[in-house]
Write a protein that binds this ligand. Sequence first.
Ligand SMILES: *Cc1c(COP(=O)(O)O)cnc(C)c1O
Length: 226
Amino acid sequence: MEYGTKYKEILAEIRSLSPATDPILIAVSKKQPYEVIKQAYNEGIRHFGENYIQEAVEKFSKLFSEIPESKEQIKLHHIGPLQSGNIKKVVGFFQYVHGVGSLSALKELKKRAEKERQKIYFFIQLNLTNESQKNGIDPTEFLELKDSIRDINSELCQWEGFMVMGPSSGEAKETERVFESASNLRNSFSPKVKLSMGMSGDYLMATRYGSDYLRVGSLIFGERNI
Ligand SMILES: *Cc1c(COP(=O)(O)O)cnc(C)c1O
């Protein structure tokens, strides 16, 4: 299985839709063993997404010690919900955090980034599906928090944009509604704000709605070992 080839195919497909800015394809390698990420790295993949901190630290520390130059080349994206207890481990290891779902988590993230003098880009996760079990803040809450978020935005803790997930059902109409409202919110707020949306089942639709960061796992790596 050639992960690099699959990655390039998906990226070419995304680019064929002529997005306004060149999107970043994140290869989501959660639950994939060390050998798989090593091969993916050797095949040219540089953006990796992981949900579970401990697992990510184990796999990528090993890669960084085996192939020292990989540490400079790889960008690590934390894509799961950001829990306060994990913030210490995220800063300095991951360069991007996509699942910031509360102002308190964001404040802690900034504190840590400043203390460690480590740069981190963050996404505010919006819950646009009305599913209560989903991480993220709803749009009304966001409007109340936006000035505070702007104040937190700094050189070391930099606001990159919004992260959204489609509905758990994967239903196409509802997914489209979610991506469209994310896109509208971005446009009404600031075109500079980036969107992190789209997974294996919906990355083309996400691209059509202007996604800048696509998070694709199973389509690149195959099914996960759970
Ligand atoms: C697992 C995961 C993905 C990738 O999902 P696939 O369906 O395997 O592409 C993307 N984003 C988040 C937040 C995830 O947890």
